[in-house]
Design a protein around this ligand. Sequence first.
Ligand code: DX5
Length: 220
Amino acid sequence: LKEPAVVGSVLGADYARLGAEVADLTGAGVGRIQWDVMDRLFVPNMTFGPDVVGACREHSDVPFEAHLMVRDPDPMLADFVAAGCETIIVHAETCPHLLRTLSAIRELGARAGVALNPSTPAEFLRHVLSGLDQVVVMTVNPGFGGQKYIPAMEEKVSEVRALVERAGVPVQIEVDGGISTRTARAAWYAGAELLVAGRAVLSHPDGKRAAVAELHRVLT
Ligand code: DX5
């Protein structure tokens, strides 16, 4: 089992106080902040661009990762790196020249990640593993926070873990969507080491710090 880390998603944060929300998430103990970038084309929702991410950079000292749920990520890679994102995650479903896109991310000095929608098989990664730093297995259909975790994705997490181990590459595996104290352990046992949590942290009645602490407790 890999050392797990909770990644805080700002999807659904109080956008009127976003800098403070990012600082609170950081203080609550998340290992990274994930920015769910949506263009209303690839997913039926629209969120923020690089300027918003950049404005929040000074409010946190943990790495930022941009999760580009957009139809055409290539033209925006540099902007999110310039905004302060250490990792750029593109969707396999939006990159016909995926290996080239991953190389472009690395040439910008960032870590390259690929996200797979629930219907996309792990096999999609087979020929790009050497170009990857992170794989995100979506455990919901992308577009919104607060959705129900899809347990069937645990099998895909294990398949990705097997692919990565067989290739002998240092690729981190992340799960994203519906992660809570009820689902985190199974996802971790399946092979995920980064667990993105939005609603479970942002809407916890006892606050973000208690929510992150609860998630850490189930991940031991
Ligand atoms: C889906 C988003 C969400 C978000 C976290 O497109 O990627 O998964 O990060 O959402 P919840 O609220 O499910 O943790």
